[in-house]
Ligand binder design. Structure first.
Ligand SMILES: [Zn+2]
Length: 133
């Protein structure tokens, strides 16, 4: 039997947290459904509800999803790395990139050396057939 009753608007994570009625005009319902209560808690503790709403209003509507994603990510990073937040991760990745670039340069130098040694040895040591008879 199908549910023929009126659709029930489930309170978003923000309204649930603040124990208020969530209606159609709730600015945060779209971004923090009830299932995302952990994300809301993190964002709330880091930015507060007024700043979150202020940030939301300050960006164009088509950029609001990205803005909220950014706030959620920053809040998660701040929870994991309380001192430097996402800067810790960015710095760590930057060091890894630097290390990988140095390693790549060493490999390129080795390839260059191997190619040089191969050219000096001449084509007969390659084991291939001569080009002309
Ligand atoms: Zn709400």
């Amino acid at each position: 039997m199908a549910n023929a009753g009126p659709s029930v608007h489930k309170a978003c994570a923000a309204c649930k947290h603040h124990r208020r009625k969530c209606d159609q005009n709730c600015a945060l319902a779209k971004y923090f459904p009830a299932e995302k209560s952990d994300d809301y808690e993190n964002v709330y503790h880091l930015f507060g509800i007024q700043n979150t709403l202020k940030i939301l209003k300050s960006v164009d509507e088509d950029e609001r999803d990205a803005a909220i994603e950014s706030l959620i990510m920053e809040a998660r990073m701040r929870l994991e790395y309380p001192v430097h937040g996402h800067f810790s991760v960015a710095r760590k990745l930057s060091i890894e990139i630097e290390k990988a670039e140095k390693e790549l340069e060493i490999v390129r130098q080795k390839i260059h050396i191997c190619k040089g040694a191969d050219n000096r040895a001449g084509p007969s040591t390659r084991g291939g057939q001569p080009d002309q008879l």
